[in-house]
Design a protein around this ligand. Structure first.
Ligand code: FES
Length: 64
């Protein structure tokens, strides 16, 4: 699913970069997401945040 239509950035692109430890700013630099019309930034941040939260929950579940 495309998140950034201007640069063709997908949800998977954002999720994979987040899993590798990228910040929102690093994702913007790598894919240029949000650097044209900017309409996608809320969704880029949302996918990044959701992916990070999922990582934290998984770590807590493994530690328990
Ligand atoms: S949709 Fe991402 S910059 Fe336009």
């Amino acid at each position: 699913m495309y998140i950034c239509l201007c640069y063709g950035v997908t949800r998977d692109d954002i999720q994979q970069s987040t899993l590798r430890g990228a910040s929102v700013e690093e994702i913007q630099d790598k894919f240029k997401a949000g650097k044209c019309c900017g309409c996608c930034m809320d969704e880029v941040k949302s996918v990044h945040c959701h992916t990070k939260n999922t990582m934290c929950v998984n770590k807590l579940q493994k530690a328990a």
